[in-house]
Design a protein around this ligand. Structure first.
Ligand code: SF4
Ligand code: SF4
Ligand code: SF4
Ligand code: FES
Length: 459
């Protein structure tokens, strides 16, 4: 253990503890931008600098371990002045147009600059322009060079967590930037579209491609029947950004909110999660009996990010993948075939939207195998963040909207599909679904009653 003093408090902490972690134990907040525990501790932003008595230079709290007898001042006039200059220097290379930034209100740089009371930019602005900021508008992941603060979180998370090394530093000096590694363009890289780099970017340097305007256009088109499906994970996440309590952010309230947005039919992806379970189970038995699964089991995941990862990193296992479509794509297929027939309309008249938890679903819906002559099975995929932006744009206040039920029949499900949304969820769902069929429960995971389907029916 080491004993040290921070802002007048004397503490004992285990050897090796950084000043940042020790400060947290003493309820002292040290502003930071690049730091990500155990992932990015390279002191790139220098926003966390603190004053240590006896040290000539300021030290970075995120990667400096405390020492016995150390005396630290996190908010002395010198620490505040240095932090302010460091943030002003970051802002001098940053496109500070918060009014048009997707991260406004949820941005660490904005918060740090506001907290420091920075109202003017004293240094000359040097924002990258021209070809240096060119990025494809079609790929589901968007990198904004003008907003990137070069914190390198994306490089580290993709390397250490996803092991895909998609990002790298390029250029030198003030022209240093974050780009796709090995001089590739993003669509030719092995990016699995897991979205981890977007999640961990502290600013608007990375975001999903925004498709909300396409959704609004379809909703206002009188010739379109808009059908929306909601993925299991979305119902757990949508309320957070809208400030809803857990009790308010129900699936039923989300359904009612989607109707207020103008969707004609609101359905639940869990319906086709049930179909996926049946299709995959049937395929597994068929392949097992045919002797196709002697060396490996059959793999499956409704996560297209996982499938992209497997295809690029373990191509030798591709034949072990289930050929069944994911619940999202089965939903699109069923909507444009069976449901269109039931409505008595041409599939082209239906605009099928899905609300999904990740950007990989956008790429999945755009695969050439996921369309027919009538067009794509799923016309548009929106992430939870995009849904929240649409709700805000329409000035809806979900807390005041009474709950409603999904439309029939693709709003019903056994409840097994809900657990697709968690790790190992697919396998657990198969088990849960089988037990459901043996002995239907009165309450399923999503609080809707189980309704048995005709034996042998896949619909
Ligand atoms: S990244 Fe943050 S600081 Fe920069 S424009 Fe967006 S909201 Fe503002
Ligand atoms: S989406 Fe995932 S795989 Fe693609 S660059 Fe980001 S972290 Fe890497
Ligand atoms: S894109 Fe985001 S996470 Fe990556 S270096 Fe830039 S600011 Fe950091
Ligand atoms: S958080 Fe410590 S240097 Fe960036």
């Amino acid at each position: 253990m080491v004993t040290f003093t921070i802002d007048g408090k004397t503490l004992q902490v285990p050897e090796g503890t950084t000043i940042m972690e020790a400060a947290k134990l003493a309820d002292i907040h040290i502003p930071h931008l690049c730091y990500l525990k155990d992932i990015n501790e390279i002191a790139a932003c220098r926003v966390c600098c603190v004053e240590v008595e006896g040290e000539r230079a300021m030290v970075t709290a995120c990667n400096t371990p405390v020492k016995d007898g150390m005396v630290v001042h996190t908010n002395s006039p010198r620490a505040r002045r240095t932090r302010r200059i460091n943030v002003e220097l970051i802002l001098s290379q940053h496109d500070c147009l918060c009014a048009t930034c997707v991260r406004s209100g949820n941005c660490q740089l904005q918060a740090v600059a506001n907290d420091l009371g920075i109202l003017e930019l004293p240094y000359e602005q040097q924002i990258p322009r021209g070809l240096r900021v060119a990025w494809t508008k079609t790929f589901p992941l968007y990198h904004d060079y003008k907003k990137c603060i070069k914190c390198m979180r994306c490089i580290q998370i993709c390397d250490k967590v996803q092991s895909l090394n998609i990002w790298d530093l390029s250029g030198t000096g003030s022209r240093t930037t974050i780009d796709v590694s090995h001089n590739r363009v993003i669509k030719d890289s092995d990016c699995s579209l897991c979205g981890q780099c977007i999640t961990h970017c502290p600013v608007g340097g990375l975001r999903e491609r925004d498709d909300t305007q396409k959704a609004f256009a379809a909703l206002s088109d009188p010739d379109k029947i808009t059908v929306v499906q909601v993925a299991p994970a979305v119902r757990a996440a949508w309320g957070e950004a809208l400030g809803l309590t857990r009790e308010e952010a129900t699936m039923e309230r989300l359904i009612a909110t989607l109707r207020r947005l103008g969707f004609t039919y609101v359905f639940d992806t869990n319906f086709t999660a049930d179909l996926t379970i049946m299709e995959e189970g049937t395929e597994f038995l068929r392949r097992l009996k045919a002797g196709h699964l002697q060396r490996w089991p059959m793999f499956t995941s409704c996560c297209p990010g996982w499938v992209r990862f497997l295809k690029s990193q373990y191509p030798e296992l591709v034949n072990q993948l289930s050929t069944a479509k994911s619940p999202q794509q089965m939903f699109g297929s069923v909507t444009k075939s069976w449901f269109a027939q039931k409505l008595g309309v041409a599939p082209e008249k239906i605009f099928c939207v899905s609300i999904m938890p990740c950007v990989a679903k956008k790429a999945e819906s755009e695969l050439p195998t996921m369309r027919t002559q009538a067009g794509p099975d799923v016309d548009l995929v929106l992430t939870t963040r995009e849904l929240v932006r649409m709700i805000r744009a329409d000035h809806l206040i979900p807390a005041l909207i009474p709950e409603e039920q999904p439309d029939d029949p693709m709003g019903i499900h056994t409840g097994a599909g809900v657990i697709f949304g968690r790790r190992d969820g697919g396998r657990s769902a198969h088990r849960s679904f089988r037990s459901h069929r043996r002995k239907p429960r009165s309450r399923c995971l999503c609080r809707r009653s189980y309704r048995p389907r005709p034996a042998g029916s896949h619909l």
